[in-house]
Write a protein that binds this ligand. Structure first.
Ligand SMILES: Nc1ncnc2c1ncn2[C@@H]1O[C@H](COP(=O)(O)OP(=O)(O)OP(=O)(O)O)[C@@H](O)[C@H]1O
Length: 510
């Protein structure tokens, strides 16, 4: 074969191969929609040219900026931006991602401070996670839930004894500014160190200084090892503030679905409602009461519905929520407080009057309630604290009269003196949650009126002495008491005798 013939044969072979491939080739077209930014202002972008974008779909802007499609109008989309908008310009391209906003979840988040997009904020490098969950997820169905039956000990005497919280419950913490709302939530986190409860603290629009204080307190008490902080600050875009509690809840739900007990704090939902109002007004949605949009109740109810106690078939995990809201001038019947009071299973109301009197935690017992926690409370508490609320209410009423210098009969004086001791005993310094036994000993002394002869100023010292008794308590009594059965008469007598001996030095010294 000549050279020319050889080359012709090879070229024919090559064409055969190309023709064969070409016949088998099936062209596939993937249309990609690209929209354009029409306008940008205050965390909102208006976009045209994405006719197939879905509600709440994540849209991608230049410079790694993302936004959520919120208003789907006929010709344009109102997008809530999840980052700084200062580099975004009219005419910039926008593309669809085909997915909703999600957040990384997993054990790698414990001990970390992240933002609602899962980006680390603590300078400790990237977050090790294996899974992502959408930030908006349906609440567990009714058949997946079990009744609230296990207590969530806060370590605060006033809460655990009088307004108990159960695992899976939603208990609102509300009060004016600077009344100790965050402190109650923090104390509750600190008290979970040996309780096998994981915690998620969601800071919504907080000042950087307050957030730093929270992180420092948790680090100082080694509470970060079982806590995740989802942080947004006041100067973050409102879109980021808006998604923060949903993202934090998805992180908590991941743990709950692994069968773990989880506590989540939303600090605070007033800032969340304000961020949502800002977004809604910018999106020109019609304003309703106090200029909040009509669905403000729904955004909080769908969030808090996700807290629950799952039944055993679903792993038996639980998610307890302590949402916080700030009232103005003690007005608990404003729009947002009434909404949240009706959504949650009870509230802890913090009174500025008590705070000014240094009755801390400033929980107003008369205006606080726990609708399901009583069923979960340890029986030992129920027995001891049964009359406490009533005695305290009587005392508060009589104390008002006593201030006018009215002459009191012996019985009334006794009620007042006893009430003063109750108030002293319910006081508690911050960051010092008390174990169950120490609380029970103090409540037992109160209910047996053993502290009524101790001068008020000596109550803290007397309490400390009683706490030592609790620390050195024989195991048989601890098991009997905490094991939810009543204390036997011998054990009760033993405790009463020990307590009287301990309190002897405190009686009638001025
Ligand atoms: N039990 C307590 N014992 C001593 N100090 C307390 C106690 N509870 C709160 N405080 C103090 O009261 C101040 C206000 O507390 P905190 O920041 O918890 O209030 P807040 O209502 O969350 O405030 P904000 O309205 O700024 O969110 C803090 O300085 C805190 O140290």
């Amino acid at each position: 074969m000549s050279n020319n013939e050889f080359i012709r044969t090879k070229v024919t072979d090559i064409f055969d191969v190309i023709n064969k491939d070409a016949n088998e080739y099936i062209p596939s077209f993937e249309a990609e929609e690209t929209g354009t930014v029409i306008s940008v202002s205050s965390g909102i972008a208006r976009v045209s040219g994405l006719p197939h974008a879905g509600y709440e779909e994540l849209l991608r802007f230049p410079n790694n900026l993302y936004g959520i499609a919120f208003n789907l109008d006929a010709t344009e989309i109102g997008v809530v931006l999840l980052g700084e908008d200062k580099n975004l310009r009219t005419g910039d391209p926008v593309s669809r991602t085909g997915r909703v906003t999600d957040v990384p979840v997993g054990n790698g988040l414990l001990g970390r401070v992240i933002n609602p997009l899962g980006e680390p904020q603590d300078g400790k490098g990237s977050v090790a996670v294996t899974k992502r969950l959408p930030i908006e997820r349906p609440a567990p169905a009714i058949m997946q839930r079990a009744p609230v039956a296990t207590p969530l000990q806060t370590g605060l005497k006033v809460v655990d004894a009088l307004i108990p919280v159960g695992r899976g419950q939603r208990e609102l913490i509300l009060g004016d500014r600077q009344t100790g709302k965050t402190t109650i939530a923090l104390d509750t986190i600190l008290n979970q160190h040996d309780k096998n409860v994981l915690c998620v603290y969601c800071a919504i629009g907080q000042q950087a200084a307050s957030l730093a204080k929270v992180v420092a307190a948790l680090n100082e008490h080694n509470a970060m090892e079982y806590t995740v902080i989802v942080a947004t600050e006041g100067n973050n875009p409102p879109g980021l503030l808006y998604i923060a509690p949903y993202a934090a809840t998805s992180i908590a739900e991941y743990f709950m679905e692994q069968g773990r007990d989880v506590l989540i704090i939303y600090d605070d939902l007033t800032n969340h409602a304000r961020a949502y109002r800002e977004l809604s007004l910018l999106l020109r949605r019609p304003p309703g009461r106090e200029a909040f949009p009509g669905d403000i109740f729904y955004i909080h109810s769908r969030l808090l519905e996700r807290s629950t106690q799952l039944n055993d078939e679903n792993g038996g995990g639980s998610l307890t929520a302590l949402p916080i809201i700030e009232t103005e001038a003690q007005n608990i019947s404003a729009y947002i407080p009434t909404n949240l009071i009706s959504i949650t299973d009870g509230q802890l109301y913090l009174s500025p009057k008590l705070f000014d009197m240094s009755v801390l935690p400033a929980v107003d017992i008369g205006r606080s309630v726990s609708r399901v926690g009583g069923k979960a409370q340890l029986k030992a508490y129920r027995k001891l604290a049964g009359n406490l609320k009533l005695e305290y209410a009587q005392f508060e009423e009589l104390e008002t009269f006593a201030r006018f210098g009215m002459h009191m009969d012996v019985n009334t004086q006794k009620i007042i003196e006893h009430g003063k001791r109750i108030r002293e005993c319910l006081k508690q310094p911050e960051m010092q949650p008390l174990p169950v036994m120490e609380q029970l000993i103090i409540l037992l002394a109160l209910s047996k009126e053993l502290l009524d002869d101790v001068p008020e100023a000596k109550i803290p010292a007397a309490e400390k002495a009683l706490q030592q008794l609790a620390d050195n308590m024989p195991d048989s009594i601890v098991d009997e008491w905490i094991g939810q059965s009543a204390l036997s008469p011998e054990h009760e007598n033993y405790l009463l005798n020990s307590m009287t001996k301990i309190l002897e030095p405190f009686y009638n010294i001025q």
